[in-house]
Design a protein around this ligand. Structure first.
Ligand code: ASP
Length: 584
């Protein structure tokens, strides 16, 4: 028996008990005749005491030689501590050690195994197994476990069956590049790793599984933006014989269950917002509605004067910053530089101060009088003491810019509170999205998404205006899930592929299996997938997903611990019938 108890469970109730503990040496304090050692395992820390009077000199000498992170086993008696530590669950006691076994020595770790470590991100990732010993990472992984357990409980109770789908498949279009795997047995042929199990879960519906879920890895070879991982985890779900309302209810139920069980938070029925409204009011399809600052469109009240910048703009739009009139000129200048950064890309920012006496002072007083400025305040819902910030230009661009500014200001003003949860559904996404680069329409969600009833015809005349039976679940400004009601008949699916620029041959080549299946009685179906990593991070009150993933990759898609990706040897290449053509 390695241990009778763990390092987090001994209390005053155990005083005078003989116990055996095992764990890592967190730190020690040596007074010569007495040595204290903090022993740590997953469950906590127990203080060990080696005392020359009460045990032996020999044992003290052994204790003095212990290094940080040595793995040891100790036997001893639980005694009351002279100076208690109320911050530690085991703070009332210590273990008077009578026997010490060193199970394994340890090199000095390259960073301190403390909550606030001296190790930077890179070194922590290289020695992730040491990082995992630290509370913040350990607790995040335990938290993730709790979330996934609750997901499984909830969905199983609701009649969902967890089914595994294969990883070695062929392309599933979710809008990213595929990771591919060469097939040794089929020279010159490649599997693609799933960007999602989309087609398989639809086939499971054709197969009559009715309610499916899977906590599953997905792989997308994207240029990595901050806080994205090339492999990530979804809670992937699909249901048959349902309409959109059933899906929204089922997964609102799951989300509400998680908020309650994991966070102890009860949330009202989730609001629903049309995609068009989200874009108009927040410039964004994943609005953070924990705070206001809704957009006010100002074309009508700003385009009648000699101010060319506004007159020539497709959209003039502003937000009221609560209490922003207290910003100094310097602070406002800083905001202006912020919106002009290339990452945001605005050309400038107009502002109007809303004074407490009801008057206004704007950066464009030359062109606009008090009546005009009052209208701006009204349109943006600004109160005395606020600051109205206005951007103008191309509609899509300016919305994105003002949305970025809104989030930045909310961050600065402390309006994005991590313990506040504001979920909502964003509904009726456009079916298609124009891609400037390829000069083609792409499926905004994926090509299996059905258009809203009666809108199929519109595809011919005004494809960009067609709305889809597609919805996203948004939490605190993050998309945590998304899905759609699917097309379930061969003809519509073929039409859809056609509109998306697939030739019938290409469609057959890539998705023939799905179209075939649709000929054998496909039930109406739909579903959604949650991004588990992000969901867990948000429920955990964090913005970054990395510490909720045991072994994440860095921003260049590398695992710096195992050093992957890596070259393979010539023999392996030959076996796979591959020849490299590297550009040096
Ligand atoms: N497969 C979709 C995705 O990964 C989710 C869905 O439509 O169910 O975004």
């Amino acid at each position: 028996m390695y241990r009778s108890h763990n390092c987090g469970e001994l209390t005053a109730a155990h005083i005078n008990t003989e116990v055996t503990l095992a764990g890592w040496v967190q730190k020690s304090r040596d007074k010569g005749f007495i040595v204290w050692v903090d022993l740590r395992d997953r469950y906590g820390i127990t203080q060990l005491v080696f005392d020359e009077e009460r045990t032996s000199k020999d044992l003290i000498a052994q204790a003095q030689n212990l290094g940080r992170e040595f793995v040891i086993q100790v036997k001893g008696t639980v005694i009351e501590r002279a100076s208690k530590n109320p911050n530690l669950p085991t703070g009332d006691i210590e273990l008077l050690v009578s026997e010490l076994n060193i199970l394994n020595e340890a090199k000095l770790p390259p960073f301190t195994i403390e909550d606030k470590t001296d190790g930077g991100e890179d070194i922590r990732m290289k020695y992730r197994y040491l990082d995992i010993r630290r509370n913040p990472v350990k607790n995040s992984l335990i938290f993730r476990h709790k979330v996934t357990q609750e997901v499984r409980n909830y969905l199983s109770n609701a009649g969902f069956i967890e089914v595994e789908t294969p990883y070695l498949i062929k392309s599933t279009p979710e809008g990213a590049r595929d990771f591919v795997v060469p097939s040794r047995m089929n020279a010159g042929q490649f599997y693609a790793l799933p960007q999602s199990p989309q087609t398989f879960k639809q086939l499971l519906m054709v197969g009559g599984m009715d309610k499916y879920f899977q906590i599953v890895k997905c792989f997308r070879d994207e240029d990595l933006r901050a806080d994205r991982q090339p492999e990530f985890t979804q809670i992937d779900c699909e249901m048959a014989f349902i309409d959109q309302e059933d899906i929204l209810n089922a997964f609102e139920g799951l989300t509400r269950h998680l908020l309650k069980e994991v966070n102890g938070v009860e949330v009202e029925k989730f609001p629903r917002m049309l995609y068009d409204d989200a874009m108009r009011l927040y410039g964004n399809d994943k609005p953070d509605i924990r705070f206001g600052m809704e957009f006010g469109e100002l074309n009508d009240v700003a385009q009648h004067k000699d101010f060319g910048v506004f007159n020539n703009a497709e959209l003039v739009v502003g937000i009221a910053v609560p209490g922003g009139n207290s910003f100094t000129r310097k602070e406002i200048d800083k905001l202006i530089s912020w919106v002009k950064r290339p990452q945001v890309g605005a050309l400038g920012m107009v502002y109007s101060r809303c004074n407490d006496d009801g008057s206004f002072k704007s950066s464009v007083d030359k062109f606009y009088d008090q009546d005009d400025l009052a209208k701006w305040a009204e349109a943006t819902n600004a109160k005395p003491g606020d600051l109205v910030c206005i951007l103008s230009g191309d509609k899509n661009k300016v919305r994105a810019q003002l949305s970025a500014l809104r989030m930045e200001l909310a961050e600065q003003l402390g309006l994005r509170k991590p313990d506040e949860f504001a979920p909502l559904w964003v509904m009726d996404f456009p079916l298609l999205e124009w891609d400037e680069e390829t000069e083609r329409y792409h499926a905004m969600h994926h090509p299996f998404t059905s258009p809203k009833p009666g809108q199929l015809e519109l595809l011919k005349t005004d494809p960009g205006a067609v709305k889809a039976n597609a919805y996203d679940l948004v939490l605190n400004g993050n998309e945590i899930g998304g899905g759609s009601i699917r097309i379930h008949d061969k003809e519509t699916q073929a039409l859809m592929f056609d509109y998306l620029g697939f030739t019938p041959e290409e469609a057959k080549e890539q998705f023939g299996f799905l179209m075939d299946a649709f000929q054998y009685g496909a039930p109406p179906h739909g579903g959604l997938a949650f991004g588990l990593d992000r969901l867990v991070a948000i429920l955990g009150g964090q913005e970054t997903i990395r510490d909720f993933i045991a072994f994440p990759k860095n921003n260049s898609g590398r695992d710096v611990m195992i050093d992957a990706p890596a070259a393979i040897d010539d023999e392996q290449l030959t076996e796979l019938s591959l020849k490299l053509n590297l550009k040096s």
